[in-house]
Design a protein around this ligand. Structure first.
Ligand code: COA
Ligand code: MG
Length: 289
């Protein structure tokens, strides 16, 4: 399970060189918003070169309805990225169309069919928010849904997307929640968006811990310094693991019980499922280290 995805502008040799040492579970080479259109052809070549023989490296292409998207895919697919990050999706139809395009490219380049995964940024266009149920059963390639506040802000004409305390303003918190719920409905992971204030490690830690409690399984990063903070935040704490173990043990000791008491609190079946899930997750992140 990926805790951290570090964005790396694909036009920057310097950043690409640094990215591998950041400790991120995955990298996303960006060909979209962090790369100026005139250097995109060069960035495609750099991305494709970087990808050679690497694992856990994704590529963010341009929106599927742009001319750049086709050129992005042509350039990077032969180098077998782990997956493609699709920005500004209009609806799941864009992800399905992307998946079909990848089918062709995998076939052409002798890549195992279905190997290339997809993550969709599903809230960057306002109209997309009304179609999120479409991700249910859309494509086997879908690994997760993530969301973005910056493009959505521009689209709705907002000059801010957070309040003075740094909390999301309502429209953006709603987009975030809808992304989380759509991911749960589609049975894929929910990945929280970037925390743009990359010098504020304390604020990031608080935010990322909140994101995990809310149900997100990982988060996007924009700076190497954010990676360790995010990795820590998305790992269950020892206290949480112990609590989950007590719940599982209690149900094991009381087979057939629907509900039990623990430390003066009612624990029922949903808590058991939650505890099992947390332990499963803790096991995965441990294997990763
Ligand atoms: N990946 C890899 N290395 C990175 C990096 C990243 N995302 N961001 C910064 N670095 C490197 C810098 O190159 C620098 O290394 P150097 O001293 O060898 O040049 C070092 O980390 C420290 O960087 P710093 O000086 O603190 O930041 P900066 O001002 O150079 O860069 C940003 C700030 C925001 C421009 C940069 O972090 C960045 O490009 N982030 C990704 C942006 C992106 O992809 N956006 C799209 C998704 S929203
Ligand atoms: Mg963007």
């Amino acid at each position: 399970m990926n805790r951290s995805f570090l964005f790396v502008p694909a036009d920057s040799e310097r950043k690409m060189k640094k990215a591998g040492d950041a400790g991120a579970d995955a990298l996303i080479l960006d060909l979209e918003d962090s790369v100026a259109p005139e250097v995109r052809p060069e960035a495609r070549l750099m991305a494709s070169e970087y990808l050679q023989g690497k694992q856990d490296v994704w590529v963010r292409i341009n929106p599927f309805d742009s001319e750049d998207a086709a050129a992005d895919l042509e350039a990077v697919m032969p180098a077998e990225p782990t997956g493609i990050v699709l920005p500004k999706a209009r609806s799941a139809a864009d992800a399905i169309a992307l998946s079909r395009r990848i089918d062709e490219l995998e076939q052409r380049h002798g890549i195992e069919q279905g190997q290339t995964r997809i993550i969709v940024l599903c809230t960057e266009r306002p109209e997309a928010l009304f179609t999120l149920h479409g991700y249910v059963g859309a494509t086997e390639r879908l690994l997760g849904l993530s969301w973005g506040a910056e493009d959505l802000s521009v689209a709705v004409g907002a000059s801010a997307n957070r309040d003075e305390q740094g909390n999301w303003l309502p429209a953006f918190e709603m987009a975030r929640s809808l992304c989380l719920l759509a991911a749960a409905a589609a049975e894929v992971t929910a990945i929280d968006t970037v925390f743009t204030d990359f010098r504020d490690a304390e604020g990031l830690l608080r935010y990322a811990e909140g994101a995990r409690r809310t149900g997100f399984s990982g988060m996007l990063a924009i700076h190497p310094a954010q990676v360790a903070v995010i990795n820590t935040a998305f790992e269950p704490s020892t206290a949480e693991i112990e609590h989950a173990e007590s719940i599982v043990e209690l149900f094991d000791a009381n087979p057939g019980a629907g509900t039990v008491g623990l430390d003066g609190k009612m624990i029922d079946r949903p808590h058991l499922a939650q505890a099992q899930r947390l332990l499963e997750r803790a096991k995965h992140t441990k294997n990763q280290k």
